[in-house]
Design a protein. Sequence first.
Length: 176
Amino acid sequence: MALTRTKKAELTQDLTEKWKRASSILFTHYIGLSVASISQLRQQLKTADAEMKVAKKTLLRRAAEALSNPFPEEKDLPGPIACIFNYADPLSGARVAFTFGKNHPQVRLVGAIFEGKVLTESAAVSLAQIPPRHALLQIFASLCQTPIQQFISVCNSPLQSFAIALQERAKKLPTS
C-alpha cells in the first residue's frame, strides 16, 4: 500500500527530528531477520541510547536535505536499509549493530554519517570496532602510568643494589 503525501510528510518530519538529535547515523541491511530478531536488535539499541528506524531512502534524503546534511550516494546504499540514530555516544549503536551482525549475518553496516561526513562501509565497520570511551580512558591511563613506573624502577634499582651490598659487607665484618 502506497503512502499518502501527508503520511510521507509526517515521516519526513519525524526523521528530521531524529536526525537533528543524533550524534551519528548508521545505515545497515536488515532483510531476512525475523520479527523476534529485529525486536531484539531494537531493544539492544535502545539500551545503548540508539534507535533503529526503517524508512525509504528518499524520505531519509529529504530529512538530510532539510537540515543541509550530507547523504550517501544511491550506489553506496544498495537495497533496503535501516537507519540507526545514535543519541548519546556516537559509536554505541555501531558497536551494537556490529556485534549483533556477528550472530545474524543479515545485519551488515553499509555506511554512516559521522561528524558531518559520509563514511563508506569499511569506515563504518572500523568505527564500530573502536572500544568504548571508558576502555579508551583505561588504555590512556595505562600509557601515562607506564613511563612513571619505569622511572621509579630505574631510580630504585641503584639504591636497592647499594643497600644489598652494604648488608653483605656487614655480614662479612667480624663482630666485636
